[in-house]
Design a protein around this ligand. Structure first.
Ligand SMILES: Nc1nc2c(ncn2[C@@H]2O[C@H](COP(=O)(O)OP(=O)(O)O)[C@@H](O)[C@H]2O)c(=O)[nH]1
Ligand SMILES: [Mg+2]
Ligand SMILES: [Zn+2]
Length: 365
């Protein structure tokens, strides 16, 4: 191959993203035996609107071997994308929630599961800190999760319970991502699986019993040959999809029911209307209704217009569109919305499309 030394292009994978730089692990060793380069981003990547995420396959050039530096010149198409935290080419999304400390919040768990489902990739639910509750409670949570459609694993990094089955699940080729609220033990799990890493772990602190943020950015760690595991910074309120019709299929319960029969209207929002095949006789139905209500209200606030009010489960009231929900749920939703505004918009950190945002630590605490 005839290439100018300075123009040599090599392919690799983004393993960490820091402010304006990223670390790229090359598929092959360089002449100095180096395989990891600190790379800047070429401006034309930015101008074409392309952003880099951890997990992206990229071409680098302008390699300065002695300094271990290069520039990302091009991005390969992605197979999948976990939106927040941004991780590309994910093979498995692992949603981790603690059975205690912090107390399990079903709505928050559901939002994490929705973000995970939105990748279209398999989702593994993990209940952590199993040592803090009784074996009966652990079994009962696993049963509930099974009814939602998840084959959950209960683990404890303190007692070691469940760690071997988790390792087996994760040590598959490709990228697995640990995501979930802060303080649930994601970094502890990674440390237990790869003890040589010595990641920072913080004590759960403060009145909210959330963990302090010690994981500052998304990073991929080798777990087994070909298997990479990403630890992610905790954040506490993942976003919902923008389109209300897209929400339903992110619930395995709804997918399963739609597999057995169709709703009368293709844009059905499954709110108990006649001709709806989904019904409300499943545990997470109120959470579905809550998420739907939240996303419709979010859409209103951000000026997003929900389409086709007729037959879509929306009705007009004044200028806005409202979901057809029980008054109690509506009330709860308004309260939640006000609370969000008071909380200072945890969600406002995401989705600006800038590369630097991907590496932002969680500011929620
Ligand atoms: N009791 C108990 N505590 C744990 C377990 N795993 C982690 N922790 C504690 O939970 C806190 C938060 O852990 P960390 O790994 O930083 O959580 P992350 O924010 O999800 O990465 C730390 O004080 C850990 O020692 C566990 O299995 N059992
Ligand atoms: Mg962490
Ligand atoms: Zn329906």
């Amino acid at each position: 191959m005839e290439v100018e030394p300075g123009r040599l292009r090599l392919i690799g994978q983004v393993v960490a993203l820091l402010a304006n730089y990223c670390w790229v692990e090359l598929d092959q060793l360089g002449p100095t035996g180096l395989s990891r380069l600190l790379c800047t981003r070429r401006t034309r990547l930015g101008k074409s609107g392309q952003t880099i995420a951890v997990g992206d396959r990229v071409w680098v050039d302008g390699i300065d071997w002695p300094a271990g530096r290069a520039a990302v010149a091009a991005l390969e198409p992605r197979q999948s994308l976990l939106e927040r935290p941004a991780v590309a080419n994910v093979a498995l999304v692992v949603v981790v929630v603690a059975l205690a400390e912090p107390e399990l919040d079903l709505l928050q768990l559901t939002r994490f599961l929705l973000t995970a489902e939105a990748t279209g990739r398999p989702v593994q639910l993990v209940f952590s800190k199993a040592d803090l509750v009784s074996p009966d409670e652990v079994a009962s949570w696993c049963q509930r999760a099974a009814a939602w459609g998840y084959d959950a694993l209960a683990v404890s990094t303190s007692s070691g319970e469940g760690m071997e089955p988790l390792l087996q699940r994760l040590a598959q080729p490709g990228i697995a991502v640990l995501c979930g609220p802060s303080g649930v033990g994601k970094s502890s799990v990674l440390n237990r699986l790869c003890p040589e890493l010595g990641l920072r772990v913080a004590a759960v602190s403060g009145r909210l019993q959330r963990g302090r943020h010690t994981t500052r950015h998304v990073e991929l760690f080798p777990l087994a040959p070909g298997a990479l595991l990403a630890d992610t910074p905790g954040f506490n309120r993942p976003r919902l999809p923008a389109d209300p019709v897209a929400l339903g299929p992110l619930f395995p319960e709804i997918r399963q029911r739609l597999g057995l029969g169709c709703c009368r209207f293709s844009n059905c929002l499954h709110q108990g209307d006649p001709g709806c095949a989904v019904g409300s006789d499943w545990e997470r139905y109120p959470l579905y209704a809550q998420c739907l209500s939240d996303l419709l209200l979010d859409g209103e606030r951000t000026g997003r217009v929900a389409d086709s009010p007729d037959g879509s489960g929306l009705r007009r009231r004044g200028q806005g569109l409202e979901p057809r929900l029980a008054p109690g749920l509506r009330q709860l939703s308004r309260r939640r919305q006000r609370q969000q505004l008071l909380d200072g918009e945890e969600d406002g950190q995401a989705g600006t499309g800038k590369v630097t945002d991907f590496s932002r630590p969680d500011l929620a605490d």
